[in-house]
Design a protein. Structure first.
Length: 291
């Protein structure tokens, strides 16, 4: 019996070994290498040696990291709230049986299937200040008399980036939520209906608690992708106006590839990794405590 147990453990270890190796070479080693680079004074192709935490203190004292972190948090909070709320509403609507439901579900995935760079180019054309379709529609409706520059005002710029991101990625949140809703047994709703629960009470006391694991998956996925979003910002605003849309990922790009301060870029990248990891752990702890 003991021999069988040992062989089963060995078999399990052997089967898990490829996954561990994959995580080691694609996640653990790159993170440790970034941590190593963040302690070096690397400028261009020159490495001036070990500097400890000086790269971290330099980017914090310069103040640009704080501005990038503020823009990142605003952008992340806006997109995640919009995508979670709108995604849940649309998923609840598409979970109801109606004619053509399959076609509508397939149509919902179209924005997500379009490459992000193409989405950014398309929306930059829509929101163009001189001949954009948005301004043309607003003029036809008599809502504005002159062209609005959507990317000149800091608040409008970050709001437009949130809107474009939500337009593209809400669909994948909808699909995740639909999968969770379909996993809830009908008998649970029937029991709640017998107890006299209305639609809102069914959602609040039945649907939402049973959807917590699915919501957690959607939150973690969207948080990771939002905090590392680059191409949308690069094409739409290039971090402007000012620092309003210069999120951490764009700040890392500037430090590493524009100013060629690779040590500082690595330090900012490691800070971004720590922030993402801490937020993910906070999500898990928050939802587990209320399970």
């Amino acid at each position: 019996m003991k021999t069988t147990d040992i062989s089963e453990r060995k078999l399990g270890s052997l089967m898990m070994a490829p996954t561990f190796l994959l995580i080691l070479f694609t996640a653990v080693i790159p993170i440790l290498y970034v941590l190593f680079l963040s302690t070096q004074d690397i400028r261009g192709i020159m490495n001036r040696g070990f500097v400890g935490i000086r790269n971290y203190t330099d980017i914090i004292e310069a103040g640009r990291l704080q501005a990038a972190l503020g823009a990142t948090l605003y952008y992340a909070f806006g997109t995640i709230v919009v995508q979670m709320v709108v995604g849940m509403i649309v998923a609840l609507a598409l979970n109801v049986k109606f004619w053509g439901r399959g076609f509508v579900r397939a149509l919902i995935l179209v924005p997500w299937a379009i490459p992000t760079s193409l989405v950014a180019i398309m929306w930059s054309r829509f929101l163009s200040a001189t001949d954009g379709y948005f301004n043309a529609a607003l003029r036809l409706l008599g809502l504005v008399r002159s062209e609005l520059n959507w990317f000149l005002d800091p608040f409008l710029a970050i709001t437009m980036v949130v809107m474009v991101d939500s337009w593209k990625f809400t669909s994948i949140t909808v699909m995740i939520f639909i999968a969770g809703l379909q996993a809830i047994p009908d008998s649970v709703y029937e029991a709640a209906l017998v107890d006299g629960a209305n639609r809102w009470q069914q959602f609040w006391h039945v649907t939402l608690p049973m959807m917590k694991p699915v919501v957690l998956v959607a939150l973690i996925m969207r948080t990771i992708f939002v905090f590392h979003m680059f191409d949308l910002i690069f094409i739409l605003t290039k971090g402007g106006p000012g620092d309003s849309t210069r999120v951490l990922s764009y700040y890392i790009y500037q430090e590493s590839f524009i100013f060629l301060r690779h040590g500082r870029g690595a330090a900012a990248a490691f800070i971004l990794f720590l922030i993402t990891a801490l937020i993910t752990v906070a999500y898990i702890r928050f939802l587990r405590e209320r399970k």
